[in-house]
Design a protein around this ligand. Structure first.
Ligand code: GLA
Length: 386
């Protein structure tokens, strides 16, 4: 795949590119907490997008989307949203650079990869981060990595219309091989946790569905959380976000809440606690407790945050019946995409087979599964690797 992208670049544009890779991500625990100033525990995975890129000496950005076999040409003097939806993730990054007064000269790009689209593995963040990384390199901006992450996130807000938190772009850029990274989305401090995976594998079960309310419901959840914060601020002026809230604070004022908003808030507060507990379990090598936190996270997402769907619930229920699975939960925004499962290595094949059979029988859909390896964040690909 990588070599084909490089070859395509060379034959289309008659020059040698710089090559960058940028990964998708999993999130072990800490869902819908990032935009509430909470904690997340993602990791970058071996589903990646590759970028072959080089300046072209003009004022035009020429792009070829290898997977879609579509091309586009864009005037860098007037960057705006395009009707080609794939191009918006790229144009959004360029717009952010320009807004921050970086000069984006003409360049050529061929990109493509194997991050499944719509599966909740953050293919869009991988695209945004990869392009930001590549332009920072070829034009020598020297933009610190964290600022690239924020630009990538703002590209998603402004050009893709999803008011996402910072987790996906952070994970794509800051991933580290064999580690999960706990990010405090308020202070932006982060710590790497080694994942001792000798006996386990992270398996993703892809429902193959994406219910189309996903992005509108996402933005609604954000508003519901803000409504909860506004209510609590009347009693606790120091509360800036759900990060500052405890379960007793919520319980004390429960009757003042709209019941839906209450459920959203209790979920977020409990999920933040679960991330902390899950990290302690990781430190102690206690994967059993870690897995239990994953199941608890799913139940919260299912019943209180209400971002799951029958397909995801079915997969988690199936996993729960198997002794070989330590934990399972829906992952990402919800309403489809993947479940993440922590599976004992010696039962890997039988797990996959049983899940595929059960899903096929229940929904008549062929389940896709991926065994995720944990890799480094966005980086240059040295020529020898091409
Ligand atoms: C999407 C968003 C992230 C995060 C998750 C839910 O993946 O892009 O910022 O909010 O949903 O945890």
């Amino acid at each position: 795949m990588l070599q084909e992208i490089i070859d395509t670049f060379e034959s289309r544009y008659q020059q040698q590119p710089v090559v960058v890779r940028s990964p998708g991500r999993v999130n072990l625990i800490g869902e819908h907490t990032d935009y509430n100033d909470g904690f997340v525990l993602p990791a970058a995975i071996n589903k990646e997008i590759y970028f072959a890129v080089a300046p072209n000496g003009t004022n035009t950005f020429r792009a070829y989307a290898y997977d879609l076999q579509e091309e586009g040409e864009f005037d860098l003097g007037q960057v705006q949203r395009s009707e080609k939806s794939w191009a918006n993730y790229l144009l959004g990054v360029i717009a952010q650079l320009q807004q921050a007064q970086y000069e984006v000269k003409g360049f050529d790009l061929v990109y493509g990869g194997n991050v499944p689209i719509g599966a909740g593995l953050s293919s869009s963040a991988a695209v945004e981060c990869g392009l930001a990384y590549a332009l920072n390199h070829i034009f020598g901006y020297n933009i610190p990595k964290f600022d690239l992450v924020k630009m990538a996130q703002m590209a998603e807000h402004e050009y893709a219309g999803v008011k996402c938190g910072i987790m996906d772009q952070f994970a794509s850029m800051y991933g580290r091989q064999d580690h999960a990274v706990k990010l405090d989305c308020r202070s932006l401090d982060f710590d790497y946790y080694h994942l001792e995976m000798a006996d386990y594998r992270i398996v993703l079960c892809d429902t193959q569905v994406k219910h189309n309310l996903a992005s509108s419901e996402y933005n609604t959840r954000r508003q519901e959380c803000e409504a909860g914060v506004a209510l609590l601020q009347k009693h606790y002026p120091q509360v800036k976000s759900l990060r500052d809230v405890t379960v007793p604070m919520l319980e004390q004022h429960q009757e003042e809440f709209n019941p839906v908003v209450y459920k959203r808030c209790i979920y977020v507060v409990e999920e933040n606690n679960r991330v902390e507990e899950a990290c302690q379990a990781l430190e102690q090598g206690d994967m059993i407790t870690f897995g239990e936190k994953m199941y608890a996270s799913h139940r919260g997402l299912q019943h209180n945050y209400e971002v799951s769907c029958p397909e995801l619930d079915f997969l988690v229920d199936q996993a729960k019946e198997m002794d070989s699975v330590l934990g399972a939960r829906m992952m990402g925004g919800g309403f489809g995409g993947c479940t993440i499962n922590l599976v004992k290595l010696d039962a890997l094949d039988s797990f996959i087979q049983r899940m595929e059979e059960a899903y096929q029988q229940q929904f008549g859909i062929a389940l896709k599964t991926y065994v995720a390896e944990i890799v480094n964040g966005s980086s240059l690909v040295e020529p020898s690797q091409g």
